[in-house]
Design a protein around this ligand. Sequence first.
Ligand code: ADP
Length: 452
Amino acid sequence: MPRWPATLRARLTLWYTIVLGVPLVAFALLDYFVIATALRDGTERFIGEALTAFTRELGAERRVHGDPIATIATTVAEVRFQDLRIEVRDGAGNVIAVSERTSAPPDWRVVERTIDVDGGNYLLIGAYPRRDEEAVLERMRTVVLLSVPIMLAFAATGGYFLAKRGLQPVSAMADRAAEISASTLNERLPVAGGQELTGLARVVNALLDRLEDSFAQQRRFMADASHELRTPTAIVRTEAEVTLARAPREEPEYRASMEVVQDAAHRLTRIVDDLFLLARADAGQLEMHITGLYFEEVVHDATRAVAHLAAARGVTVVLHQLVQAPMQGDADLLGRVLLNLLDNAIKFSPAGGTVDVAMSGGLPDRDTAVVTVEDHGPGIPPDSHARIFERFYRVDGSEPVPAEQAHSGAGLGLSIARRIAELHGGQLELRRSEPGRTVFAVTLPVEATTSD
Ligand code: ADP
């Protein structure tokens, strides 16, 4: 069994009641004792004044009688105060005179005084019943015992409703949050209640904003991906259907057909591989084989690797300058960055043109190395500069190769290259692009010590 109420509302109510109840009870007790003391003081003062009056009367009486005992007895018999009982005892404690001997009330407030009558010491005792004090205190106890529980009940009820009201926005938020699902991600929590609650609602709403954005991005990505995959898949299917429809055929015809299928399959493989890489990178699951490497070697090797492709299109790739760039990284992935940039540069170069590759920075002076890839093609229109790194983005009609061919990209090359550079703590940017000159730059951090 829980020792503490489970609902926040009940806890707040309990706290509220305790916080109000403790001072209330303390105040009531204090009041009670102050009044009890005041009543006692009042009675004692009254008895004291009566005894003083009695003593004065005794002095007057003494002049009439000679005998102290007779004086005392007469005075006691003559001086009467309402409800006050006066008793006089001699030095040995014997009662000499008493004002009344009624059936005594149980409880007395008593004041004693020693008096001197004709050289003899006597004890003068004034007693007043406590029932008057008791009656007042009794009334007060009744009032306190009735009013404190009533006030506490009010406090608890008030606390309960305040807590309920204060927490109402939380319930509303919870209800709304429970209704929100992937398909209703555009809904938001109500922003209401005190500053803390509106703050909470805003934080959750901002989270929903981000979720909605990333869902939208995922949906776009899925749509783009299926769109890209549709063309080569359709080519494979149509080619197979057409070839099978008019059998039998000569071998060259089959070959031609198979080549078309092979091209489409290549393209499919490329797109699927690229998507896989991006998906793994997004999920933070891209396996990187990090080793110590020399980035200048990666640049050199990539330039060599595209030499044939470039020559086939009448383009020359010129490697101008290498710098020392030892670093930790995945050589294959970094190679892909270069290959993607070179591939684009060669693709967009005019026949007979050159692609210039150069490095700068690096050791011993700099802690980053930069490699630039420059071509002299048509350039990228300014309004596309910001978008070419987006997934599946292609500048309309810019590709010199028909979209369905194996060499044509799916618009993933630059986003992959940038992603890899970032995974290595570096960056990829478009330095400039205008007709006749386009420069991409990769910047990577270098490290003095490399362990192979
Ligand atoms: P793809 O994989 O299709 O080549 P990229 O992401 O590499 O896609 O490039 C995106 C788009 O950027 C290309 O479709 C092209 O329009 C443009 N682009 C990239 N590099 C160049 C370049 N060197 N010159 C002109 N346009 C380029």
